[in-house]
Ligand binder design. Structure first.
Ligand SMILES: [Zn+2]
Length: 75
């Protein structure tokens, strides 16, 4: 892909931090190859990266770190 589907901006290959949601589970992946629109910052994950995410969800024992995130529950 070289043009953004939404704004037709230029899309370039980058490594991103991706917060992946899988049901109740969240997984933060750093250095995931993706294509990012330079205009609207839309992120496109290539099939290879989606495969990596599936793979990581399947073997979570290879986690490298845990981070804490703040959670607010609104009334
Ligand atoms: Zn765009």
């Amino acid at each position: 892909m070289d043009r953004c589907y939404f704004c037709h901006g230029k899309v370039t290959a980058k490594r991103i931090e991706h917060l992946h949601r899988w049901g109740e589970a969240l997984l933060l992946v750093k250095g995931l190859p993706a294509e990012v629109c330079e205009e609207c910052k839309e992120v496109y994950l290539p099939p290879a990266s989606l495969h990596v995410l599936d793979d990581l969800m399947a073997r979570r024992e290879t986690l490298t770190e845990f981070v804490q995130i703040p959670v607010y529950s609104l009334p």
